[in-house]
Design a protein around this ligand. Structure first.
Ligand code: UGA
Length: 424
């Protein structure tokens, strides 16, 4: 089939590359010329495992353009994969979606617009009206949300837990279902509003688990229990399951914070206060700041103290720093008068005002009064921690991801503290 993908960001590029790999002819369209030029030249503007290889392997089947007509010409399906960032009110900003919808040319055959961007429930219905108002009745509309996580997006796309297809017209759903031939996963076919809600509810369920385990961790700290053992103990209950029970310094990224706010706002717009989600969001905000208290308890005032942030990306395997806990930590530390150094194997923190970005983790730790492990990069697990300790002025280590072995770290002379882990 022929597919146009609007938006060459994380979601658009992964969608385009994977659909090309399934044998479809793909054109990816973006408004940013430099990005399209780079992609044409074989450069991949984002760090995403396996994406560069996939684009290279399918070079014959994937093209890049800034032109709407060149993308839409001959297409059977048009994927919308543009950004939907939060507005000041917390609602999703759909301006990029409306631009795509309004730019669609008239076509003399049936084509299907498939929404990949995360949008509020009700967006599909509004798009439908907008298309009808323009006389584009032969443009179908399908909600086909994505459940891919950054860092494993290619794998997640090719091996999903499910594919959700919400449509107004079953024939349009058939087209999008055929597009997924070769992917072995249950297909959920439903109405458009339910598909839109499945996406938001899935992310809401995941963030609820994270804030839940973070609160359990905080209570563990107060009572002497160890959250990693507790998570294992409850995760073996098949009704609970083990995933997303890693306590830490809170969730970040381009999706969870934005989508939880968007669902909260969506509920509020219809007069409903989503109290559980409000708490989940607040717990997460507080969780990012808890590290400051841990440092102050050990070091007293942070003024003039050097704190090394190990990891800047919101999670390992990506260069994405959107809503990363590292940003909140750096901001709070600087506000407390601390000197902040940082290191990340991939994310580029050079734009962070006041943060001294080092060339290596050891360099960041030179003369530090404390180290905070912010992102659980494998490189940090493999760090020479004896050498790390020797470089520091004071061996205080706050493991914000519970990645390191407390006994081993204490063996290196560290005053080690995790999140919700027994003190000794
Ligand atoms: C998330 C979802 O996992 C995807 O299914 C979804 O498609 C995507 O959002 C989206 O809406 O586009 P992503 O943001 O890439 O994917 O990353 P995750 O691996 O889910 O991690 C999100 C954050 O939660 C990270 O900051 C991570 O450190 C944190 N996290 C995750 C925890 O603190 N504890 C956990 O147990 C799991």
């Amino acid at each position: 089939m022929k597919v146009a993908v609007f938006g060459a960001g994380y979601v658009g590029l992964v969608t385009g590359a994977c659909l090309a790999d399934l044998g479809h002819e793909v054109v990816v369209r973006d408004i940013v010329e430099e990005r399209i030029d780079a992609l044409r030249g074989g450069e991949v503007p984002i760090h995403e495992e396996g994406l560069a290889q996939l684009l290279e392997r399918n070079r014959e089947r994937i093209r890049f353009t800034t032109e709407v007509n060149a993308a839409v010409e001959g297409a059977d399906v048009i994927y919308v994969a543009v950004g939907t960032p939060p507005t000041y009110s917390g609602d999703a900003d759909l301006s990029a979606v409306w631009t795509v919808v309004d730019e669609l040319p008239e076509v003399d055959r049936r084509i299907v617009v498939a929404m990949k961007s995360t949008v509020p429930v009700g967006t599909g219905r509004t798009v439908r009206h907008r298309l009808d108002d323009r006389g584009l009745e032969n443009v179908g509309y399908v909600s086909n949300p994505e459940f891919t996580a950054e860092g494993t997006a290619v794998h997640d796309f090719m091996h999903p837990d499910r594919v959700v297809i919400g449509a107004f017209d079953p024939a349009d759903a058939d087209v999008v279902e055929r597009l997924h031939d070769g992917i072995d996963a249950p297909i959920i076919r439903c109405d458009v509003a339910s598909a839109e809600m499945i996406k938001l509810a899935a992310n809401a369920a995941l963030v609820t688990r994270i804030s839940f385990i973070n609160e359990i961790a905080n209570v563990c700290e107060a009572t002497g229990a160890d959250v990693t053992t507790v998570a294992q103990g409850i995760g073996l209950d098949h009704r609970i399951g083990p995933a997303f029970l890693r306590a830490g310094i809170g969730f970040g990224g381009s999706c969870f914070p934005k989508d939880s706010l968007a669902l909260k706002q969506l509920a509020a717009n219809s007069g409903y206060s989503f109290q559980l989600l409000n708490a989940v969001i607040e717990v997460n905000e507080l969780q990012k700041r808890r590290v400051i208290g841990k440092l102050e308890r050990r070091l007293g005032s942070l003024r003039g103290k050097k704190v090394a942030l190990l990891g800047l990306a919101f999670k390992p395997g990506t260069d994405d720093m959107r809503e990363a806990p590292s940003l909140v930590l750096a901001g709070r530390l600087l506000a407390e008068g601390a000197e902040v150094s940082a290191w990340d194997p991939v994310a580029d923190g050079r734009h962070l005002d006041g943060v001294d970005v080092a060339g290596s983790a050891l360099e960041a730790l030179d003369g530090a009064d404390a180290a905070v492990l912010v992102t659980e990069w494998p490189e940090l697990r493999a760090l020479d921690w004896a050498e790390a300790g020797a470089r520091m002025r004071n061996r205080l280590l706050v493991d914000g991801r519970n990645m390191l072995d407390p006994v081993e770290m204490r063996g290196y002379g560290f005053d080690y503290e995790g999140i919700g882990r027994a003190a000794e």
